[in-house]
Design a protein around this ligand. Structure first.
Ligand SMILES: [Zn+2]
Length: 297
């Protein structure tokens, strides 16, 4: 499943082609993905210009000049491919192998980009858990998908004080609290494991131990918030993390090159200098937690 870093990687791949581009024609090759396309989906987009290519948690958000936002979620196996006629003049940018499974190309956006070149952005999704919808920008904050969403794990909002404030009364295990999307949005299992390991914090410790009695953050909270930002940012730089079905929008692969320190390393040596521990695995809230019982307290 694409995690936040993959989605951000996709956003960065789409932005140069889609920002400022105009929808000339929208081609839906089926009536639905995970959900049916709503009535008027095509007519609301055709002839309109994309003003920005954003993201919130794992949702891509394309602002359209008519005040709507095109929401796109990749589900389990969604990916985009960009095909541009200007490719010949920009070698390297468009090393675009056609999808191996072109029968899973479900949506084709025929665009004119901001330099007036024709571009096709193709959405491919073998398992069809992805979805697209149009929501008015003014209704976005209160929409059910977004209204209870926590803060972004990258950016300035996430700091020790925020963690302490959110967790000060929580007896739940720290790992589970960090995966709560109402606390931090889009922070996935892999990255929580990595950030806890870097911080030397046991996944089972109570979340409220990140706050002092006064509600102020402990040193642990400060350390953890910094490591969360770092692991996510590093994964974005590496082009995302995990998914076999997934490819970057420029067609290049990069997902297997990113090595994790604890995730999926059960039984292997802890990579912390001076730690003689081995990585263990346990189940927490139905997810696998990987951790070092020696240096994570
Ligand atoms: Zn260790």
């Amino acid at each position: 499943m694409p995690e936040l870093p993959e989605v951000e990687t996709v956003r960065r791949g789409l932005e140069p082609h889609m920002e400022g581009a105009k929808f000339e024609r929208v081609e839906l090759r089926r009536a639905d993905l995970r959900f049916p396309f709503e009535d008027g989906f095509i007519t609301s987009l055709e002839g309109q210009t994309i003003t920005s290519v954003g993201r919130r948690a794992k949702y891509l958000q394309l602002d359209i000049e008519n005040g709507l936002v095109l929401i796109m979620h990749l589900g389990m196996s969604g990916s985009f491919r960009v095909e541009a006629s200007s490719a010949a003049s920009q070698p390297g940018n468009f090393a675009l192998p056609k999808g191996i499974h072109e029968k899973h190309d479900h949506v084709v956006f025929h665009l004119t980009d901001k330099s007036n070149n024709p571009v096709q952005v193709i959405y491919n999704d073998p398992r069809r858990f992805g979805y697209m919808a149009l929501i008015a920008r003014k209704d976005l904050e209160t929409h059910k998908w977004f209204k209870d969403m926590g803060i972004e794990p990258i950016g300035n909002a996430l700091d020790g004080a925020h963690l302490a404030m959110k967790f000060q009364n929580k007896k739940a295990p720290l790992k589970s609290a960090l995966l709560d999307q109402k606390m931090i949005a889009g922070l996935g299992n892999i990255y929580v494991c990595e950030a806890l390991w870097r911080s030397g914090l046991a996944p089972t410790r109570q979340a409220k131990t990140l706050a002092q009695k006064s509600g102020k953050p402990t040193a642990m909270a400060e350390r953890l918030s910094g490591h969360i930002r770092d692991v996510i940012n590093e994964a974005i730089e590496a082009g995302g993390s995990s998914l076999k079905d997934h490819r970057q929008t420029d067609g290049s692969l990069g997902y297997f090159q990113h090595r994790f320190a604890v995730y999926d390393r059960e039984g292997e040596n802890c990579l912390k200098p001076d730690c003689k521990g081995k990585i263990s695995r346990m189940a927490q809230s139905g997810r696998s937690t990987f951790y070092c019982g020696t240096c994570q307290k």
